[in-house]
Design a binder for this molecule. Sequence first.
Ligand SMILES: Nc1ncnc2c1ncn2[C@@H]1O[C@H](COP(=O)(O)OP(=O)(O)OP(=O)(O)O)[C@@H](O)[C@H]1O
Ligand SMILES: [Mg+2]
Length: 275
Amino acid sequence: MSSNSLCAGFGRVYDGEAGDDMEDIIDTSKIKDNEVISLKNVDFSYNGTLVLTNINITVEKGDFIAILGPNGSSKSTLLKIMLGLLTPKAGEVKIFGQNVRHFKEWSKIGYISQQAANTNTSFPATVEEIVSSGYYTGFGRLFDKAERKAATGEALAAVKITDLSNRLIGQLSGGQRQKVFLARALVKKPEALFLDEPTTGIDAVSQQEFYEMLAKLHKNRMTIVMITHDIDAAIKRATKVGYMEDGNINIYENNGNLSGILASRLIGEGARGRI
Ligand SMILES: Nc1ncnc2c1ncn2[C@@H]1O[C@H](COP(=O)(O)OP(=O)(O)OP(=O)(O)O)[C@@H](O)[C@H]1O
Ligand SMILES: [Mg+2]
């Protein structure tokens, strides 16, 4: 498995060239303390086809945002833009108050891509090696071996897979594999987790276990953005629910009483099958 398949782009380093947005690097007065990600007036197109139009969204510390929407509604694209993996055609993207192009503290961000579930399982790596490889993604000093081993042990314990440490990734069930990816995303002790359909293809019991882990992380102040087709989980676990369609997103507070419009929209979609 290539580390890039999970965290491509997490290695960018500011090259020191002064640009027209240089002020974004140094003007800390603009940074809002509670802001993890902000997108302002973002447009994005693939090969000239506009798939996101005028997106404005802020992810705040402590949010647990579930993003729903039909296939092809640009959920993954939006997440990649938030993480600087795709560059918008127009608009502004900030991470922790800083222009995403100049952001360096990638250890604050954990990411499980939609492709993680399709990882080549014939790759001869152990669970411990996969989790430990989370250290090599992105900018940062090289951690010493003992520090890396300790953090790997903690991440394995946090998702309760210590007993699987020496197993090959190809010898795991889908649910166990997703826990490995969660541990890998957690190994650098991030402040925010971005998950693209992390429970697809795993059984109901494993899904519940996974959600309970997320709930515990969220309780311990982890900010979470999760793309999912699981409406029940979104309504049960998230503090906010985003619904994407037609290149746009609407975010609703999940105050235990989602607005009638959203509820009927989601339940309507749910009745036809999963979103
Ligand atoms: N690399 C690409 N090149 C061109 N078009 C793309 C590319 N990736 C995605 N698209 C198109 O952009 C749109 C949004 O795709 P995206 O993968 O973001 O949707 P999604 O909401 O995540 O869908 P799904 O629920 O199936 O994962 C789709 O129409 C898709 O075909
Ligand atoms: Mg997707």
